[in-house]
Design a protein around this ligand. Structure first.
Ligand SMILES: [Zn+2]
Ligand SMILES: [Zn+2]
Length: 496
């Protein structure tokens, strides 16, 4: 299998790149392509002392040191999802290209995996995969709308620093089957609850409406006419999309484009009565729930399937802690901060890093199944959230349950040590060990590093007698315990 991405991209000297994963003699040749560029192998560049392979820039490894915070975030998200009675769903990592072609309408699907017989797309937008899944399997809940939540990772295209792609982890809540603005309010309130339970400070809700098919079409015509009048002052990128996606010009960060935007017509002035009423109701629900919001007429959805409400939760503290937002981050309703595959400019939201974004997508069901299914959802961006929680020490994750440290000395004891440790684990007791080390001292040093409080010493004599020595590692007090009583004795010890 040859994996290649849109090359060539500038990279720092000595920076390792994605490994060539060619498997010789594989059953089928599969190529992952970015856009229309030709597949290309990437040869790693060696630098003395540097690791040969590193993660792609824009793709973050979540490491054990992050685990406490990411589990805290996941726990908070799952708890809120349960409070809203959301059902759990798991979108698959691949979809047939037709799904995304339908969802993105006229926009090009940026990544395609070509096999001999199929064209597949890696996870680009879990919301699309979730809705496809719901429609295919006629998923329904006892109540309407259908409420779902999921965890996903997916690939995105980033324009910042010339990176070819990025990947990010998200958690999403989707309310499918009802156009009532109450559910826009509920999606916003759910995200606010998650951040509140994680004690995320300095959070702002930025919100806008992008209207419906009817009012947006006439607005786009007005907007297009305005921008055509000032075409000469637009950046090259904006000139290129002026005729196909005039709304996207509102998100351009180019200096002259931002100045021009000041005089551009805004959609709020062109909303139809229905959209106007809908937006007003959403804002009322938001206000009633005590959530402060900041209207931003330039906030737009990332994809053609978005309609009416779009919003983002932005943390000013995160911008300070995590650094400036990725150039593709600030786009309301994007499935991921770094993934906007179709529009590549950030939303003109003042400083702050998006921790969540969402919006209504009443047309997506129609694109996938020729049936209008109103829906609204919110996406939580896990990586910036974890970084913020960790860097600011906003929450103190509960420490893991203490583990006993199992020490086995001698071949006889080592032989039955796994059976004994499994006995403890079956009794619900976490067990750490380093029985690969021969000496008692070496094993106890590991126990000390792990800050274990109880060690179980198991040698040849104990194996013969069916006992274990329990040593308190703080006081060095020891007692001999029958293996048959081991689990209950340790549980007693942890309770006291
Ligand atoms: Zn409308
Ligand atoms: Zn521009």
């Amino acid at each position: 299998m040859t994996v290649s991405t849109k090359p060539p991209q500038p990279r720092a000297a000595g920076q390792a790149v994605m490994p060539d994963t060619t498997v010789k003699g594989g059953p089928a040749r599969t190529t992952v392509q970015s856009g229309r560029s030709a597949p290309r192998r990437v040869t790693p560049r060696r630098t003395v002392g540097a690791p040969l392979y590193t993660a792609l820039p824009g793709v973050r490894d979540l490491l054990p040191r992050d685990a406490a915070w990411w589990h805290a975030a996941d726990t908070a998200i799952a708890a809120v999802a349960e409070l809203h009675q959301c059902l759990h769903i798991d979108p698959p990592p691949l979809e047939p290209i037709e799904v995304y072609e339908a969802a993105f309408a006229t926009e090009e699907v940026p990544y395609v995996i070509r096999t001999k017989s199929m064209r597949l797309v890696p996870q680009l937008d879990p919301r699309v995969a979730v809705l496809r899944s719901v429609l295919e399997h006629h998923v329904s809940g006892a109540a309407s709308p259908l409420k779902l939540w999921y965890a996903s990772s997916h690939i995105g295209q980033s324009t910042s620093d010339g990176l070819p792609l990025s990947a990010t982890r998200v958690r999403g809540l989707e309310f499918i089957g009802d156009a009532d603005p109450l559910y826009d309010g509920e999606a916003i309130a759910a995200a606010a609850d998650i951040f509140r339970s994680l004690k995320v400070p300095d959070l702002r809700l930025v919100i806008n409406t992008i209207g419906c098919r009817v009012c947006r079409t006439s607005y786009q015509q007005r907007l297009g006419a305005y921008y055509r009048g000032v075409r000469a002052k637009l950046c090259r990128n904006c000139v290129g999309r002026l005729d196909t996606a005039p709304l996207a010009l509102l998100g351009c960060v180019g200096e002259s484009c931002r100045e021009l935007r000041e005089h551009a017509p805004i959609l709020l002035d062109y909303l139809c009565q229905n959209c106007n009423n809908h937006f007003r109701s959403v804002l009322e629900f938001v206000e009633e729930n005590g959530i402060l919001y900041e209207p931003n007429p330039y906030l737009i959805g990332p994809a053609s399937y978005h309609t009416r409400t779009v919003f983002m939760f932005v943390s000013d503290l995160a911008a300070h802690t995590v650094g400036p937002p990725d150039r593709t981050v600030a786009r309301a309703g994007t499935p991921s901060p770094a993934m906007s595959s179709r529009r590549k400019d950030p939303e003109p939201v003042r400083d702050g890093l998006p921790l969540a974004a969402g919006g209504r997508y009443d047309y997506l069901g129609e694109a996938l199944r020729m049936r209008q299914i109103p829906a609204v959802g919110v996406t939580i961006y896990l990586e910036p959230l974890i970084t913020l929680l960790r860097a600011e020490n906003i929450i103190t994750p509960s420490s893991a349950r203490p583990a006993v440290f199992f020490v086995a000395i001698g071949d006889q004891a080592r032989k039955s040590s796994l059976r004994l440790m499994q006995l403890l684990r079956a009794g619900g007791i976490p067990v750490a060990e380093s029985v690969g080390k021969k000496s008692l001292l070496a094993q106890l040093r590991v126990a000390e590093k792990l800050k274990s409080t109880i060690a179980l010493l198991y040698g040849q004599r104990e194996a013969f007698e069916g006992t274990v020595i329990m040593r308190d590692l703080k006081t060095s007090a020891q007692e001999t315990i029958l293996i048959t009583n081991l689990v209950s004795e340790i549980k007693k010890r942890f309770k006291s």
